[in-house]
Design a protein around this ligand. Structure first.
Ligand SMILES: Cc1ncc(C[n+]2csc(CCOP(=O)(O)OP(=O)(O)O)c2C)c(N)n1
Ligand SMILES: [Mg+2]
Length: 645
């Protein structure tokens, strides 16, 4: 325990101080930080009782009641009020968070605003939910965006940013896992945390730490507001940086004194957010030349396509059709960047060396809006042939020419860039060549159909459902849910058997587990805001689910509609698969330490303890009905479906 706190909420230097412990030690929490006088008084009673029993002890404790803090009274307008007003003005309906004492100025300001505080029982739940909300809301913004960029954000125009507020150092540290996840998914997330007063930190009070150092590697911008006068500009900048492509998280520390200082400033207008612009026309022309001259062109569509909006997905279709290219989704894609029922769509690129390299073994490749093109485990050979003509189109200059050299390098909005290239290719490529190329693509698709179809299937006589059967049952329900996927090994079946449509699906991208369940909750909050909400279906592996099962409480507490489908094989299957891959052999050849849930956690009971309806689904033929009922009924259902490896 730090010397500033005596564990009962009293300052260590009792005699001289007129203040109570303002930190979040457990004792302070128990007594209730808001009632410091009662808290200190009861602590003094304990000491007095002890002294009565030990009457020979000298009277060492002199209690001086705490003076009121020199902060503005509740009716003055403070930094916290301004921050909350900025959220209001920017059209932010929810603030996801988990509070502590350093966040109390904000909590005091919230009741006056039209913003719902969404409580997460762990900071990573709040961050994951805010990120899932932002990813989902971006689709809504795109659907409703009339390209009226001059409209005020607070005036009905959808601002997709997710906003979260966490407690100082350890709270923020708890949120780093999903901050990492949000940086991988490019979620426009404005993350904030309280901090100690600027003129107190040199004493290293409890919960002290360097907040920006925690966040900066996963944020586009990490900063602290050190003056209330800087607040309007810094909050505006935080939103603009998060929302400007390539989108991603930002972090702002909000110290107690800045939040409590009176101000007559008001929030800055947010202004229009630009897209990544039009790419260099010379690079567009070079890309078109390469595609016209290609032998067997390949188009790899990455997540920046979906993030750019449905127009960009349509431009990808135009480019594929104009050039006759074979189409794959990038490795570890988390969005649907191309309609998966299109005849030129083959599959997502598997993040495995043999398959990844085999599918990229061609003469001309367009990487459109892709992130890192690499495998899960280290690869031995190159994934892209050294002599292939490589065309990188991205809104993120960092990704251009990163893992493989670029022959064409175009930075700009991927949709606009692809539309411009498609137009040129359509003008120049003759119909016969185009047909011939498409013929080759469909032949390849047919030759791979059986392999793709068999993913997640198996011949075993295990009475539990296969992952393929489970996905087929969900598909049969035909309810068109919005899917959030962290199904891990069950995800393969989802990606290959479900006709996933753009703006209908999200998944974990970075591999950090514990993102998908909170993100499903956030997606459900986003859908609630629509006139016709889609039912949200979280598809979350049992191991993944158990990182943050308390996420369910947030959905229940706020009355949102959510169905969570858990493909429960009662183990960390993928780690076993990876053991076999890394060391060779089969399941029988390894002991698999720390990978089985034996005993298992009772997921339905756990969900029920958080207020949801929990269902154990043991029979394969029960799945379809259960999913249909759950999607159809309001509130939170968790379907624990027993599946086998
Ligand atoms: C935060 C975090 N901790 C640990 C891991 C390592 N890890 C990767 S996959 C996995 C198991 C996933 O299990 P489950 O969700 O049941 O899916 P299954 O493999 O059984 O399909 C683990 C523990 C990780 N990726 N992220
Ligand atoms: Mg599992």
């Amino acid at each position: 325990m730090r010397p500033e706190c005596d564990g009962m909420g009293l300052p260590a230097h009792r005699g001289a101080s007129t203040d109570t412990c303002s930190s979040d030690c457990g004792a302070g929490d128990e007594a209730g930080d808001r009632d410091a006088v009662r808290h200190v008084a009861s602590a003094v009673e304990i000491v007095r009782g002890f002294r009565r029993r030990q009457s020979s002890l000298p009277a060492v404790v002199t209690y001086i009641p705490p003076a009121p803090r020199p902060w503005g009274m509740p009716d003055s307008y403070t930094g916290a009020d301004l921050f909350v007003d900025a959220l209001d003005q920017y059209g932010v309906p929810y603030l996801f968070g988990n509070p502590g004492t350093t966040e109390l100025p904000l909590m005091e300001a919230l009741p006056d605003a039209d913003i719902e505080y969404v409580l997460g029982l762990h900071e990573d739940v709040a961050v994951g939910a805010a990120a899932g909300y932002a990813q989902t809301r971006r689709y809504h913004a795109d659907q409703e965006d009339e390209r009226d960029v001059a409209a005020d954000w607070g005036d009905g125009r959808i601002n997709p940013a997710g906003v979260a507020n966490l407690h100082v150092t350890p709270g923020l540290a708890h949120g780093i896992g999903n901050l990492y996840g949000a940086s991988m998914t490019g979620a426009p997330l404005v993350l904030t945390a309280g901090n100690h007063e600027l003129d107190f930190r040199h004493e290293e009070p409890i919960l002290t730490g360097e907040l920006e150092q925690l966040t900066e590697q996963f944020c586009k911008w990490s900063a602290e507001v050190t003056d209330v006068e800087a607040l309007p500009m810094m909050v505006r900048r935080a939103f603009r940086v998060a929302l400007t492509p390539p989108t991603g998280p930002v972090f702002l520390a909000l110290p107690v004194d800045v939040m409590m200082t009176e101000t007559d400033a008001s929030p800055d207008p947010l202004g229009p957010i630009p897209d990544a612009g039009t790419a260099d026309p010379r690079q567009v022309a070079a890309a078109a030349d390469a595609l016209v001259e290609a032998e067997s062109p390949l188009l790899v569509v990455g997540d920046a396509v979906a993030r750019s909006g449905i127009d960009a997905v349509e431009a990808a279709v135009d480019l594929a059709e104009a050039s006759g290219a074979r189409v794959h989704g990038e490795m570890l894609a988390c969005e649907i960047n191309f309609p998966t029922d299109h005849e030129q769509w083959i599959s997502f690129l598997p993040p495995r060396e043999e398959l990844g390299a085999m599918l990229q073994n061609t003469d001309t490749i367009v990487f459109a809006g892709c992130s890192t093109n690499t495998t899960l485990l280290r690869h031995e050979g190159p994934l892209v042939p050294a002599d292939a003509t490589t065309i990188h189109l991205s809104d993120d200059a960092w990704e251009v020419g990163k893992n493989e050299p670029s022959d064409v390098a175009a930075v700009g909005d991927p949709g606009r860039t692809m539309a411009a290239i498609a137009e040129r290719v359509a003008d120049r490529l003759d119909e016969e060549t185009r047909r011939e190329r498409i013929g080759q693509v469909t032949a390849m698709k047919e030759s791979m159909a059986d392999t793709i179809e068999s993913m997640g299937e198996d011949e075993s006589d295990d009475p539990r459902a296969s992952k393929a059967e489970m996905v087929d049952a969900v598909r049969a329900v035909d309810a068109d849910p919005f899917i959030v996927d962290e199904g891990v090994t069950a995800k393969y079946a989802m990606l290959t058997r479900y006709e996933l449509q753009p703006q209908g699906y999200l998944s974990n991208k970075g591999g950090g587990l514990g993102y998908g369940l909170p993100a499903s909750v956030g997606a459900a909050f986003a859908e609630e805001l629509r006139d016709e909400p889609r039912p949200v279906l979280g598809h979350i592996g049992d191991g993944s689910y158990l990182y943050y099962p308390q996420s369910i409480y947030t959905a229940v507490r706020h009355g949102v509609d959510l169905t969570v489908l858990v493909p429960d094989n009662r183990n960390y299957r993928i780690l076993k698969d990876n053991t076999n891959l890394m060391f060779g052999g089969d399941d029988e050849d390894h002991e698999f330490v720390g990978m089985d849930f034996d005993p298992h956690v009772d997921i339905p009971k756990n969900a029920a303890s958080h207020g949801a309806r929990g269902h154990l689904v043991e029979e394969p033929d029960e799945i379809e009905g259960r999913v249909a009922d759950a999607l159809d009924s309001p509130g939170v259902d968790v379907l624990d479906v027993l599946v086998h490896d």
